[in-house]
Design a protein around this ligand. Structure first.
Ligand code: MGD
Ligand code: MGD
Ligand code: MO
Length: 849
């Protein structure tokens, strides 16, 4: 439990004491705002959060235009305030079931980045080593010329595309069609590989198909909530508000938090386990062992809906809490308490995120959480669900549309009938669509670029020069003379600096499109204002390229027949028809009417589908499944014959896994474990949040977290400048002494190579500040998601603090152990937001432009 003090407004950090109607709250200081407690099985009361630019009164706003957040996977619905053709603020949509009007700090303040003066407004091309401005026609001609040359000389495999989890559905679908059927390359993936590849893979392994079984409303009904490697308070602050409101209401849920850091959720948890990084499988196997040993399993559910239980039971037979305690370094008794919490739950919700997904046994561990739900029959009922969480706002769309390493509509690349069906939708021959091997994953795309078989790499909506592991390697790949690099972004990012061509893109608020959040809720974001200068929506750029390349279908007609967001959406609906992610019942008009709709939405489910698998497992049959499964240890794909014999009736597959230690163990030179991740106030490489003054000020620079005992042993103190080193490289930052588990260091990965404010880079040879200078080129064998959470590292003093402090927030998992070590994080006058409790949503004046 936390002992946070109470501030003047009468709310503590978790907002207890509740803001009254129309309260004005500093949402940097009180990130989760005031409380609206509610009882179990009731619906979450609305609270509308609004923040407007200084000097703008609500009655001055000329239009409110609907949108959904693109700074996390929650899909928080909001309206953008428009005044004289400018964005001047945002407010949450109280009638939306995802957020009931609430917004987190990043959404309240992040919109300001759209109007930043350093937005890209014209294309740039490299001339004599420098990037210079150019017109669109010349620039696109350059890209098309290079594409044609490569296609003729080296074939489609010489072109690769690396996209995002932050564009819109219409854009991914267009990109997938042009890459897979237009160019005919297998090399298309998203940064979703770094993010939610494991979520998709775990769902495929267990249920035969991607698609989130549960939904956020399950939080209203659960009596137990388990968070596995998910810092929900900081990364999905609005769902944390929901849990806080339940914790304050009648019949609250019990929380289990598995995280080596003292996150806000850990501090409110009934049981907090802080395992050694990279040991999730050992811990989960022990939890499964206890639940099976005490027979708290649903034998009827297992018999009716699953295969593989016996193998699991025998695999975990030896995995006692005492055994796991030695590996994970947590008390065996606490593992027992956690097993009781899970085993006694009547309705259990589990969430899984990067503490599980970004490690060497990512899929193996994520699948054990599915197994927990399968053996306890905790699926398909209100309050009983698993959320293999997404991270990025539109990652679900990247996966559905086949802009990641998958075929569109969750079609199985190994199933010829699925490929033929897709070919029919696109009116091309099946051979046109590469399916000789699994679609290439991002880490392999960069490997091909390094080796020289990929000669053109088109990067849209992602900043790999900061976000991929082992940055010195990534920089050298992107700098190669022989590789033609196209970057499509809003700003001149670290990656754009290494490009041959930079295309200025429009972003949310400046373009229209659909995004789908982690619980399958589809939202529409309408265009509110014009993009700056000559910046164009990503969709327009892809359509322009396709038209110039003259891509044809098999009858000589144009391959791509749509010209704007709505016609692209209609085309996607045809591709999704009859698939699990069936959008055929959704229209733009419906999304303007109903706020969010959950897929599948079709004739059978015209209002959408809150939960999958309410009536057994639907998509695992050998003829319909998206994947035939993989070996959890090696990642080797099974074929149709093996799958059919394992699972002829299409049940859920319980897959067991043995624990394997992390690939890199601490040693004398690198005695620490290093983990990396996020903080509440920033999004990824900070291209947006670094440009929002309130967010930037809350965490303006990198820091390094270590435990009090480790700091004392090395003679280090709060604010000291330290260097963290691994076999790949080093970074420097100021030390924050926290309650993190001893032996573990944490570094936020948001801070890039260059200082985005000054445009300066580190001097030659000097250590940078980006976490990924130190991370390793290595990935989970099954999902191919890279390892950002485990490495062996050294820690040394560079210079004592001399009055400097770590630029880390005090409101989060990064809170100092010594309360007086740093001044409290506050926002001040420009960080106030209005919270209107129990408001009936005012939708007046909202509309598309
Ligand atoms: N504020 C903010 N919110 C975001 C984002 C952001 O950048 N900023 N990004 C969005 C995106 S794309 C994503 S993917 C999500 C990510 O959301 P999260 O996964 O919640 O965030 P992370 O900080 O990457 O990692 C979560 C936790 O994993 C813990 N961890 C580290 N190693 C281990 C381990 O071995 N086992 C366990 N059990 N836990 C471990 C870390 O201590 C950390 O607290 O957030 C989304 N929301
Ligand atoms: N060490 C470490 N590294 C990590 C992680 C970690 O936990 N630790 N997490 C990983 C995860 S989960 C993720 S998701 C990745 C994120 O890594 P990135 O995807 O590289 O991070 P972003 O900063 O979100 O980059 C998105 C880029 O798209 C641009 N952009 C935004 N909107 C638009 C748009 O509408 N159109 C276009 N064309 N561009 C747009 C932004 O300006 C920005 O440059 O980082 C990964 N890397
Ligand atoms: Mo992510």
């Amino acid at each position: 439990m936390d002992e946070a003090g109470t501030d003047e407004a009468g709310t503590d950090e978790d907002g207890r004491g509740a803001a009254g109607p129309g309260a004005s709250v500093d949402r940097i200081e009180n990130p989760w705002g005031g409380r609206t407690p509610y009882d179990r099985h009731r619906s979450w009361p609305p609270r509308m959060d609004t923040h407007l630019a200084a000097g703008v009164a609500p009655e001055q706003v000329q239009r409110w235009v609907q949108a959904a957040s693109i700074l996390h996977s929650d899909g928080d619905a909001m309206d953008v305030a428009v005044l004289d053709g400018r964005m001047v603020g945002v407010r949450g949509r109280a009638d939306d079931r995802v957020n009931r009007g609430r917004l987190g700090p990043k959404d309240l303040f992040g919109w300001q980045a759209n109007a930043s003066e350093d937005r890209l407004t014209r294309p740039l091309v490299r001339e004599g080593g420098r990037l210079v401005e150019c017109d669109w026609d010349t620039t696109m001609h350059r890209i098309v010329t290079r594409s044609r040359e490569l296609l003729n000389a080296r074939g489609p495999g010489s072109l690769g595309f690396y996209t995002s989890g932050q564009l819109y559905l219409e854009e991914y679908y267009t990109l997938a069609v042009l890459a897979r059927a237009g160019i005919g390359t297998n090399h298309l993936d998203g940064n979703t590989r770094l993010c939610t590849a494991t979520a998709g893979e775990a769902l495929k392994e267990s249920f035969g198909c991607d698609g989130q079984p549960g939904c956020y409303d399950d939080f209203d009904h659960a009596d137990a909530v388990a968070l596995f490697g998910h810092n929900i308070a900081e990364t999905q602050p609005v769902q944390w508000m929901r849990l806080l409101d339940r914790l304050e209401g009648g019949d609250p849920p019990r929380l289990l938090c598995v995280d080596p850091r003292p996150t806000r959720a850990a501090r409110r948890a009934a049981v907090h386990l802080a395992p050694r990084a990279g040991t999730n499988v050992a811990l989960l196997n022990a939890l499964l062992h206890e639940i099976i040993r005490t027979d708290r399993v649903d034998h009827d559910y297992i018999a009716a809906h699953t295969v593989g239980f016996e193998e699991l039971a025998s695999r975990v037979e030896e995995c006692t809490p005492r055994w796991a305690a030695g590996i994970c370094d947590v008390p065996a008794a606490s593992i027992g308490e956690a097993a009781d919490l899970l085993g006694d739950a009547d309705r259990l919700v589990s969430t899984v995120l990067q503490g599980v997904y970004q490690s060497h046994q990512a899929t193996a561990a994520a699948v054990q959480v599915d197994n927990l739900h399968l053996i306890r029959g905790m699926l398909g009922r209100p309050g009983a669900g698993v959320l293999q969480m997404n991270g990025q706002p539109t990652a679900q769309n990247t996966r559905e549309c086949g802009a990641d390493g998958d075929l569109p509509g969750f079609r199985n690349w190994q199933n010829d009938a699925h490929v033929a069906d897709l070919a029919k939708v696109w009116n091309v021959e099946p051979e046109t669509i590469p399916h000789y091997a699994p679609p290439t994953h991002a880490m392999q795309i960069f490997r091909y670029a390094e080796q020289g078989s990929i000669r053109m790499l088109w990067i849209s909506g992602t900043n790999p020069a900061v976000s991929l592991p082992e940055l010195s390697r990534i920089r050298s790949i992107l700098r190669q003379e022989r590789l033609f690099v196209v970057v499509q972004d809003l700003y001149r990012t670290e990656t754009a600096e290494l490009a041959d061509v930079v295309l200025p893109a429009a972003t949310w608020g400046e373009k229209t499109g659909v995004s789908t959040n982690a619980d399958r809720t589809v939202h529409l974001s309408d265009k509110a204002v014009e993009p700056p200068g000559e910046a164009r929506p990503d969709l327009d750029i892809f359509l322009d390229y396709a038209a110039r390349m003259g891509f044809r279908d098999k009858d000589g007609g144009p391959l791509i027949t749509w010209q704007d967001p709505e016609s692209a959406f209609e085309a996607w609906k045809r591709c999704s028809a009859g698939r699990p992610c069936d959008y055929t019942g959704i229209t733009y008009a419906k999304l303007r009417d109903a706020s969010g709709v959950q897929w599948p939405c079709n004739e059978q489910a015209p209002d959408g589908t809150p939960r999958l698998y309410t009536d057994g497992i639907t998509w695992a049959h050998p003829d319909v499944c998206e994947s035939y499964g993989k070996d959890l240890e090696t990642g080797a794909s099974d074929g149709p014959v093996e799958y059919r014999s394992l699972n002829p009736d299409g049940r859920a597959v319980i897959r067991a896994a043995a624990y394997v230690p992390p690939h890199e163990a601490p040693d004398a030179e690198h005695p620490f474990q290093l983990t990396t991740g996020r903080t509440l106030y920033h999004f990824h490489t900070r291209t947006k949040t670094g440009r929002a003054p309130q967010l930037n000020a809350a965490a303006p620079d990198v820091w390094v977290e270590a435990s009090a005992s480790d700091a004392a042993a090395l003679g280090l103190d709060e604010g000291d400048l330290v260097e963290v080193g691994t076999l790949r490289g080093a970074l420097r930052g100021r030390l924050r002494v926290t309650g993190i588990r001893p032996g573990l260091l944490f570094v936020p990965f948001h801070y890039g190579y260059w200082d985005t404010a000054s445009g300066e880079g580190p001097g030659a040879g000097a250590p940078g500040r980006a976490a990924n200078e130190t991370t390793v080129t290595d990935w989970d064998p099954v999902s191919k998601q890279p390892l950002f959470k485990t490495a062996a590292a050294s820690l040394r003093l560079v210079e004592h603090a001399h009055g400097h402090r770590a630029p880390a927030p005090t409101t989060t998992a990064s809170a100092p152990v010594r309360a007086d070590a740093a001044p409290p994080t506050v926002g001040g006058a420009t960080a106030l937001a209005t919270e209107t409790a129990h408001a009936s949503p005012d939708t007046g004046g909202r509309g598309a432009s």
